[in-house]
Design a binder for this molecule. Structure first.
Ligand SMILES: *[C@@H]1O[C@H](CO)[C@@H](O)[C@H](O)[C@H]1NC(C)=O
Ligand SMILES: *[C@@H]1O[C@H](CO)[C@@H](O)[C@H](O)[C@H]1NC(C)=O
Ligand SMILES: *[C@@H]1O[C@H](CO)[C@@H](O)[C@H](O)[C@H]1NC(C)=O
Ligand SMILES: *[C@@H]1O[C@H](CO)[C@@H](O)[C@H](O)[C@H]1NC(C)=O
Length: 620
């Protein structure tokens, strides 16, 4: 092994030194561990004193074993492992935070928009009474409010009352008012009669088809809006679960081997081979990647639900249209006064009461006024039109972003590797050696594919993630049962993209081996997601042109990018190398360190770690 290793290593090492103009350190690798110390410091791995001055042999090393002396000790190995896990978890969270925020913020924006639509539609309806059926206004107002608050609760899933129940209940009360104030104005209030009128509205049918029409127009958009509320909640719940999903100990060892074992050999610059990294991350995230297919289905459901809500302004028209239906319903009752009176007499036994009531014809005249066009008030066309289109704007924005996350769960391993691996470098770290290219088999995504993973042993499915996957699948099914037209896609559309999707739909089948995989690794990440390709960032947008850049970023990235640039400048100018002992005392700001630091290819990463982990400095 060492025979094969050393020539390659030397080439790499010398190349690195040339770049950095560090002639002085050329002998360091064999004689001292000062580079390792520097990196140990920069990446906040642990107390500096743990790193030996010179390579030695610790027979207790568990993972980073290699022939020859090592700059690592068992203790260092352990803290490297913790650091690798900590950084990976943090990176995963920073990616999933973006998606969670997208869901949570749009859930709130949809609720706000519904709310203002309810408020407007409510005063729109009340204004009908104010302008046209003045005598009913004060009595009907509480029922109007109750109607809209029921509808609002329905959408928010905070009550069980159905749309039809809420609407019919409103018309029941309306019937009583119309009867007492329009059909028989001046009739004495009578609780038995009131009860009877409310209870028999559907039999008496004073409003013709208009009550039912109101319900029909509201039903499907309201149902979709409620389902969307549930969907947002499901999505947030899913993100909550994946956020806290632990990495297994097998994964931790693989991360250690990938990220830090080279340090033990003094190779602090070498980056893992891309395919090696992919195997490690896919092994670590097998359970997360298993969410891929139900998640794509879920995104399709989101697209369809929001379309049902805003397509042709369904919900907006339905809610704003309530006023018109109520108006027509009352007119219908006026036109059928005689029949209604007769029927009420029969079912509510009113004939006696009625003979005692004389109602002035002047009042009746008022009701005929209602057939004239209603005056334009705040409910004017222009104001109503202002309510239209807010939901579609919201949908457009939301869909634009969410479809970019369609492949999120399958792409997390790739996204993590983007920040990890070197591109276009002549050599890379394969887990054991510095090589020109990784020779191992590259496995696909998902739990089943990991049977062949050469880098990480993946045991059972993670119970918590399996449970949340179940819940997501169950949710998708339930939506489709209740709303059969929602969320249907053929498997091609659910796939990961035009070029690489088809064969990836069954969990095991994607990317059996080597050569095909590298291609799909790249095409996929560009196809479905906008990925940070490296820290100094060229953004590649898959579909839309630059106007709508949306980038899953790490929180510290902007800062890190700036720093990285500064650092490159600094290293060009710096000639003197600062001793590790100086660094040891100077553990405050990345910029302070940056002027002194030597490793350009490693810097971006180091700076990120340093910035992110500023609060977790080990003390000794
Ligand atoms: C909905 O109805 C179920 C029973 O059908 C009941 O257990 C639940 O508490 C109700 N929820 C609300 C919010 O009223
Ligand atoms: C919606 O309400 C029903 C019953 O009230 C409840 O079983 C269900 O969990 C709720 N869904 C969400 C996503 O809150
Ligand atoms: C997700 O987690 C946040 C905070 O941890 C919590 O407030 C929220 O209720 C959770 N959401 C769901 C749907 O579980
Ligand atoms: C109509 O608008 C005016 C001002 O624009 C406002 O003062 C008034 O309260 C509004 N009326 C209704 C019924 O909303």
């Amino acid at each position: 092994m060492s025979r094969g290793l050393f020539p390659t290593v030397n080439v790499c090492w010398i190349a690195a030194l040339l770049i950095v103009h560090l002639d002085k350190a050329s002998g360091a690798r064999s004689h001292t561990c000062s580079e390792v110390k520097t990196a140990f410091q920069l990446r906040q791995i642990g107390p500096l004193k743990w790193v030996p001055e010179a390579p030695a042999t610790d027979v207790n090393l568990l993972v980073c074993k290699h022939a020859g002396p090592s700059c690592c000790t068992r203790k260092m190995e352990e803290s490297y492992k913790l650091a690798a896990v900590r950084d990976t978890v943090q990176n995963i969270r920073s990616y999933s935070f973006e998606l969670k925020f997208l869901l949570v913020s749009h859930a709130a924006a949809f609720q706000d928009t519904y709310q203002s639509l309810f408020t407007f539609s409510q005063s729109h309806l009340i204004s009908l009474f104010e302008s046209t059926y003045t005598s009913l206004t004060s009595k009907v107002a509480p029922h109007v409010m109750s109607l809209f608050s029921s509808l609002s609760n329905f959408i928010q899933n905070t009550s069980n009352i159905s749309v039809d129940a809420a609407v019919y209940r409103f018309y029941d009360h309306l019937f009583l008012l119309v009867h007492n104030h329009i059909i028989r104005p001046g009739i004495a209030e009578d609780s038995d009669l009131s009860e009877c009128l409310r209870a028999t509205r559907q039999d008496v049918n004073p409003f013709g088809q208009h009550a039912q029409t109101t319900v029909e127009e509201l039903a499907s958009a309201m149902q979709a809006a409620r389902a969307l509320t549930r969907a947002f909640s499901m999505g947030e719940n899913l993100m909550n679960a994946t956020e806290v999903a632990p990495l297994t100990s097998e994964c931790a060892r693989a991360l250690l081997r990938m990220q830090y074992c080279p340090h033990c050999q003094g190779l602090t610059l070498i980056r893992p081979c891309p395919e090696f990294c992919l195997n490690v991350m896919r092994g670590c995230l097998a359970n997360v990647a298993d969410l891929d297919l139900p998640w794509r289905h879920y995104v399709a459901i989101l697209e369809d639900l929001t379309h049902t809500i805003v397509g042709e302004h369904s919900l907006e028209l339905a809610l704003l249209g309530v006023r018109g239906h109520v108006h027509e319903a009352i007119q219908h009752a006026q036109l059928h006064e005689a029949r209604i009176r007769a029927t009420v007499d029969k079912v509510c036994g009113l004939s006696l009461a009625e003979t005692q009531t004389t109602y002035p014809t002047t009042v009746k005249m008022i009701s005929t006024v209602t057939l004239t066009p209603e005056p334009t008030t705040n409910s004017s066309e222009a104001n109503v039109m202002k309510q239209m289109g807010r939901l579609s704007d919201l949908r457009r924005e939301f869909i634009k972003y969410i479809v970019r996350y369609k492949a999120f769960f399958a792409a997390v391993p790739e996204m993590l590797c983007e920040g990890e691996v070197g591109r276009d470098e002549p050599t890379c770290w394969s887990g054991n050696d510095v090589v020109e290219s990784y020779k191992g088999r590259v496995v696909g995504n998902g739990f089943l594919a990991q049977r062949h993973n050469p880098e990480v042993r993946v045991r059972g499915p993670d119970a918590m993630l399996a449970e949340v996957k179940n819940r997501l699948e169950h949710f998708n099914q339930e939506i489709q049962q209740h709303m059969p037209e929602i969320g249907h896609r053929n498997s091609w559309d659910l796939g990961s993209g035009e070029d690489s999707s088809g064969e990836c739909d069954d969990e095991d089948g994607c990317q059996g081996s080597g050569e095909g995989t590298t291609k799909s690794y790249q095409s996929r990440s560009v196809m479905d997601l906008v990925l940070p390709t490296d820290l100094t960032e060229d953004v590649v947008l898959p579909s839309d042109p630059a106007e709508d850049i949306f980038l899953p970023t790490r929180p510290a990235e902007d800062e890190a990018t700036d720093l990285a640039e500064d650092v490159v400048l600094a290293t060009d100018l710096v000639e003197d190398v600062v001793l590790p002992t100086d660094l040891a005392r100077d553990n405050t700001l990345p910029t302070d360190l940056a002027g002194n630091v030597v490793l350009p290819t490693d810097l971006a990463k180091d700076v990120v770690l340093l910035t992110d982990l500023a609060n977790t400095l080990p003390t000794d």
